[in-house]
Write a protein that binds this ligand. Structure first.
Ligand SMILES: [Zn+2]
Ligand SMILES: [Zn+2]
Length: 183
């Protein structure tokens, strides 16, 4: 469970100045590059996008409590019309990083000495907050189920002539008669 963190990673933050004194607090604002494409098929935070973080680090008895917000751009495609779309996302972050695994359970985050890694906390928060069906706009009409044309461009009167089932069976009779004549 204890993993050694790379102090050069931009998402690894030192808590040195908190000095493990409960009640000590520090505010910080930083901009970090997204370390990978985060997201699902339709939408996500692109790799290297700028993530803006406003954080509060607070030393408590068991560790360091990190809370705050993260803002990041999103790119993806509309679930209805498949057009590319871009927007942004804001998520709340809250994570207690424990000094020792004696106090922590399996899923808890640990400090590595004075270092903590914010990336997994950010990643989890983003993946939970992503829209399941992102749309380019709330009233996007999507694609025609018959021909696949984009309805926003095709116009409100786009429709297909539906052949009435009774006519369809008559047409069948006609072609059967044609076959008879060929015999
Ligand atoms: Zn759309
Ligand atoms: Zn159509």
């Amino acid at each position: 469970m204890t993993q050694h963190l790379d102090p050069r990673s931009p998402w690894v933050i030192s808590t040195h100045d908190l000095g493990k004194r409960p009640g000590t607090m520090r505010q910080m604002s930083l901009t970090l590059p997204a370390s990978a494409d985060l997201g699902v098929d339709m939408i996500g935070v692109p790799k290297d996008a700028e993530v803006e973080l406003d954080l509060r680090l607070e030393a408590v008895m068991e560790g360091v409590l990190v809370s705050g917000t993260a803002q990041a751009p999103l790119t993806g495609e509309c679930a209805r019309c498949l057009d590319p779309l871009s927007s942004d996302i804001e998520v709340d972050l809250q994570e207690l990083f424990f000094y020792s695994d004696e106090d922590a359970s399996e899923d808890d985050s640990l400090l590595d000495g004075e270092l903590l890694d914010l990336e997994p906390t950010f990643r989890d928060a983003v993946v939970l907050a992503l829209p399941l069906s992102p749309v380019c706009r709330d009233d996007c009409p999507g694609l025609c189920t018959e021909c696949g044309i984009k309805l926003a461009e095709a116009g409100a009167d786009h429709r297909h002539e539906k052949i009435d089932a009774r006519w369809a069976s008559l047409q069948g009779l006609v072609s059967e008669n044609d076959n008879d004549q060929e015999k």
